[in-house]
Design a protein around this ligand. Structure first.
Ligand code: GLY
Length: 399
């Protein structure tokens, strides 16, 4: 019964949009429903926190067992990040205490240079903590993390190397996901007054803009460069269905990344690209009715292909931010589409019943279908962006 109300409530949000008369009883109901989704999430994370192995971070749940990663795994920062956001959203101190207890395992990662995911790992964790409770010690960890990340930058390629050894002479790989690591660099320049982090982030975004997108504004997953000349050697996929397909998570990272870079720089090219990616996603004939993408827009077995709730959550969160940068019908469209996505994610099709799903909030995400790894499972990053999107929606309704 409660779930039915939740669905109806989100549907009302989608139809009315944020510009309708404020402080009405309807809006109160809508806010109540978002709060209900957040409170479900808190209950789930209180279960999850009882199962976290020492020195590791939750990542997924399969065969009735938690899957946890070392702090150097790319997903390690999402669990503390979600705890902190849920604390921010609800004021429940138990979550803040758990985040403080767990986040210290991330400390060693500030000097990690083996891959590019420092932004995900450190900005979602320590960046969120520092935004709630700023401290010199957290700032230092974040600046060290930015310093480690830029060690992977090449002035020849004008990009940050995603995978492989820093000095690999054969191939310099950049994946579209890497756009997500730039927010920490933008923050680092503001925090230190040193423009070098920002300059690298901007150079990386420009190179991605130039080489990662196809004529239809979908993106390649991987672009391989010649490290000695910076020339593009190959465009391919690692996690998508085919080299030429549109891997859903990659499209989500691009949309989110270029929206964020527009927020941080005001560069209209990033804004235009974000809108083009949004148009690709929202007008795609393979976007299902409930707006939660298949794991790849060109998955061979559509309509039976597995959905990826994590992509839906990221796209919803990015669209809500993008709706704030646009006006009129476009702004309303982004807002409504994001609300529809959240309506689906908050339904029992995707949101787990309290006490199930190992304490994770969402079901039905895909990590790496190509390799048969974590298909149709809960994932911490689905939860992270779902909570962020709910908070963004709530803020918009209130503004
Ligand atoms: N590297 C982030 C992802 O697999 O989506």
């Amino acid at each position: 019964m409660k779930i039915t109300y939740l669905i109806i409530g989100f549907a009302i949000i989608a139809i009315t949009g944020c510009s309708s008369s404020r402080n009405t009883a309807v809006q109160k109901d809508q806010l109540g429903l978002i709060d209900k989704a957040l409170s479900n999430a808190v209950s789930q994370y209180k279960i999850l926190m009882t199962t976290v192995p020492e020195g590791r971070m939750p990542h997924s749940y399969q065969n009735n067992k938690i899957r946890a990663v070392r702090p150097t795994g790319w997903t390690a920062g999402f669990y503390p990040g979600t705890l902190l956001n849920l604390y921010k959203a609800t004021g429940d101190k138990k979550l803040f205490e758990e985040a403080l207890r767990e986040i210290v395992v991330m400390d060693s990662v500030q000097f990690f240079t083996d891959h590019h995911d420092l932004g995900f790992m450190m900005y979602c964790s320590y960046g969120t903590l520092n935004s709630i409770s700023p401290k010199e010690a957290y700032k230092k960890i974040l600046v060290n993390s930015a310093e480690s990340l830029i060690k992977r930058y090449s002035p020849v390629v004008k990009s940050i190397r995603s995978w492989g050894k820093i000095d690999d002479d054969n191939e310099f790989t950049v994946i579209v996901d890497n756009m997500m690591n730039l927010e920490m660099l933008m923050w680092a320049s503001k925090a230190t007054g040193n423009p070098k982090y920002r300059n690298i982030a901007v150079a990386h975004a420009n190179t991605t803009l130039q080489n990662h997108f196809r004529a239809d504004n979908s993106s390649y997953h991987v672009v391989a460069y010649n490290p000695k000349t910076g020339a593009v050697m190959q465009k391919r996929t690692a996690q998508g269905a085919q080299d030429e397909s549109a891997w859903a998570r990659g499209q989500a990272w691009g949309l989110y990344g270029f929206t964020m870079m527009y927020r941080e720089t005001g560069d209209k090219r990033y804004f235009e690209q974000a809108k083009k990616i949004a148009a690709f996603i929202l007008s795609h004939p393979n976007l299902p009715k409930d707006k939660i993408p298949y794991w790849d827009f060109n998955a061979p077995d559509i309509p039976n292909a597995t959905r990826d709730a994590s992509s839906g959550a990221k796209i919803a969160s990015a669209l809500l931010e993008l709706s704030g940068f646009t006006n009129g019908s476009l702004s309303k469209q982004y807002y409504n589409e994001a609300s529809e996505m959240l309506k689906s994610l908050a339904s029992p099709h995707y949101t787990a019943a309290i006490g199930s799903n190992g304490g994770f909030i969402l079901m039905h995400s895909v990590s790496n279908l190509r390799r048969g790894v974590e298909v149709d499972v809960p994932l911490t990053y689905a939860d992270y962006y779902f909570i962020e999107a709910l908070m963004r929606l709530k803020k918009k309704i209130r503004s």
